[in-house]
Write a protein that binds this ligand. Structure first.
Ligand code: S5P
Length: 279
């Protein structure tokens, strides 16, 4: 069997059993982009302006819907319309971390009703497998997918070693719903017990902490380049926030567009080099 990291997105799409993962792999291949832009701004108009500019260059728009100050339900309709216009999927970066019953409510209800519009979301494995059961009860019937935070990009992260290994084991026990990890490297050989061989699985690795012009911020974030992430660490999707829209809420539309195109090109070139294909 060819290692997952050496397969093309198209090959992986044909075999993936989860509809959210399959759709993401197909979108990546169709649009030739493994870039996800994380749109972390607090005003609706800034949010939608950035999404409309970066839309053609991304496979996935990552949201923190709870930081939008002037949110109302029509914002979701507008986001869905842009997702259709530009052919991207939506990932609400909610980072659930509570007991099963609570996360099921947070995922399905409240102001944001995340499960009704977000193709994928993520959770910290810290509560143990019950967090997956809670989210799965809501998300699986809707064809959603879950990403577990197996590692973090921040300085001093506690998500290392046996914590990361247990996260991978939790995912392996729930392959119908857990589609991959937020992590800094591939997890294929992580968490295997002595004598266990690598199972036939395809977990997507989505990686934040990506930047071309700086190595970090003043609050513990650490950046690596798309090449480091995609070639050295074999990750699948690069997640870029401020590297694309800067520190001024993406006011300069042309600069945002140019950065989105730059990160898209870097991420795609690195992928092609990894799997050994050219145009
Ligand atoms: O380990 C992580 C996990 C996540 S999801 N490190 C991260 O930075 N993130 C998210 O990625 C973070 O919440 C933010 O939305 C984005 C990175 O933004 P940037 O502006 O630093 O690129």
């Amino acid at each position: 069997m060819v290692a997952v990291a050496k397969q093309t997105y198209a090959q992986r799409a044909t075999r993936h059993p989860n509809p959210a993962a399959k759709a993401l792999l197909e979108t990546i291949e169709r649009k030739r982009t493994n870039l996800s832009v994380s749109v972390d701004v607090t005003k609706r108009e800034d949010f939608f302006r950035i999404v409309d500019i970066v839309g053609p260059y991304v496979c996935l728009v990552k949201t923190h819907i709870d930081i939008i100050e002037d949110f109302d339900p029509s914002a979701i309709e507008r986001l869905k319309a842009l997702s259709e216009k530009h052919d991207f999927l939506i990932f609400e970066d909610r980072k659930f971390a509570d007991i099963g019953n609570t996360v099921a409510l947070q995922y399905s209800a409240g102001v944001h009703k995340i499960a009704s519009w977000s193709h994928s979301t993520n959770a910290h494995p810290v509560p143990g497998p019950s967090i997956i059961s809670g989210l799965k009860a809501v998300g699986l019937p809707l064809g959603r997918g879950l990403l577990l935070l197996a590692e973090m990009s921040t300085k001093g992260s506690l998500a290392t070693g046996s914590y990361t290994e247990e996260a991978v084991r939790m995912a392996r026990a729930n392959r119908d719903f857990v589609i991959g990890f937020i992590a800094q490297q591939r997890m294929d050989s992580v968490g295997l017990r002595e004598g266990e061989s690598s199972p036939d699985e395809d977990f997507l690795i989505l990686t934040p902490g990506v930047g071309l012009d700086t190595r970090g911020d003043s609050m513990g974030q650490q950046y690596r380049t798309p090449r480091e992430v995609v070639i050295e660490s074999n990750c699948d999707v690069i997640i870029v926030g401020r590297g694309v829209y800067g520190n001024d809420n993406g006011t300069n539309a042309e600069a945002v567009r140019a950065q989105a195109e730059r990160y898209r090109a870097e991420g795609w070139k690195a992928y092609q080099e990894r799997v050994g294909i050219s145009d």
